[in-house]
Design a protein around this ligand. Sequence first.
Ligand SMILES: O=C[C@H](O)[C@H](O)COP(=O)(O)O
Ligand SMILES: C=C(OP(=O)(O)O)C(=O)O
Length: 448
Amino acid sequence: MTTSAIGDLDAWRSLPALQQPEWDDPDEVRAVTAELAAQPPLVFAGECDQLKDRLADVVRGDAFVLQGGDCAETFDGSNADAVKNKLKTLLQMAVVLTYAASVPVVKIGRMAGQFAKPRSKPVEVRGGVELPAYRGDAVNGFGFDAESRRSDPKRLLKAYHCSAVTLNLCRAFTKGGYADLRQVHAWNQDFVAHSPAGRRYEQLAGEIDRALTFMKACGANPDEFHGVEFYSSHEALLLEYERALTRIDHLSGLPYDVSAHFLWIGERTRQLDGAHVEFLRHIRNPIGVKLGPTTTPDDALALIDRLNPDGEEGRLSFITRMGAGRIRDALPPLIEKVRQSGAPVAWICDPMHGNTFEAPSGHKTRRLDDVLDEVAGFFEVHRALGTHPGGIHIEFTGDDVTECVGGAHGLAETDLHQRYETACDPRLNRGQSLDLAFMVAELYRKSA
Ligand SMILES: O=C[C@H](O)[C@H](O)COP(=O)(O)O
Ligand SMILES: C=C(OP(=O)(O)O)C(=O)O
């Protein structure tokens, strides 16, 4: 394969790359990336192609994406319990959607690599002390002291190893029996079972049980339900890391970023002439771009032109994050222009990032009602235009945290301090995630 067919995987180096850490020692970065480049792949090209096929189904209106996980994964969180709880939430949500909305659900974790964060400000000030902002465990530490906040390239290696551990757990849980549909009740134990959403889920799980028994009686093979397909994803933010994990697939001769199945470009780094768009246009994974409320229809078309010029179905998803107050005005012009162009795009709604605000206590938070309203707006817009609402992208955790307000337990702003554990943005807890899944299933059913 010639360089021109592969494209120049290093052309991004001469372009402006926003949101990159300031590393002290370029030699150390070179040594670390050389070590990363020698590590085994985390995912395989064939798996990325399979996800692209699944996303092509989404483009055609035949499937729905459920993408979610932490805002920022942490090295401490790469353990069996935390990973299992997140997967359990994803599986429960997926079951609600599959059963109640009768749609195949493409399950993608914001997991096994979501260790780097873009920030609004490069520094954080507390009590008159100014330090570099926390940029995710792949870059620096969360602790507010100079040593923790120093950008340390060795953390890139740790991010790779924690991604490997997490993905290994995900593969084991999703293929080794834990995700078996006959376990629907087992995912609903602990605190969530007693929440209103948990009780509603239990009812649905009972119906699934009966349906499975019926199918078995009809001669269906119950082992068909033994495992589920699960894919990993993260924001492709740290270009040195992504480049070091990009390999030429020996079968096709094409480059794949083997750090995750699906990579996305963030709202802050989607400049057409920027390094992120340049780098991602060369890799063959399915990719996404976040689109905020300032995106113009021409921006969307230009991104399509750069990132999916051949119009490959499933290659490109637009993950819109407009905010509840903007979605009904900001989304239609984008969809209309893209539809007129005939370009195949999967439209995914991120109802989190346009709805963040600071509570009087100083906690960054989101109202579940705003999240639900943005999702409702997303469905309304698609229904009005006759296009397919392709999925949701959310930040959640499997734990009983108090980071977003609202939900069946009426979590108030004054409750936020109780279990506020996120390393960056506020996540839905398990009950709130299930509330959302039931609402999405209902909206989907009505729009189908
Ligand atoms: O997760 C997204 C971004 O990293 C985050 O919203 C930026 O947050 P900041 O405004 O606190 O920097
Ligand atoms: C930073 C993120 O979102 P956005 O780029 O949409 O702000 C994110 O999803 O972590």
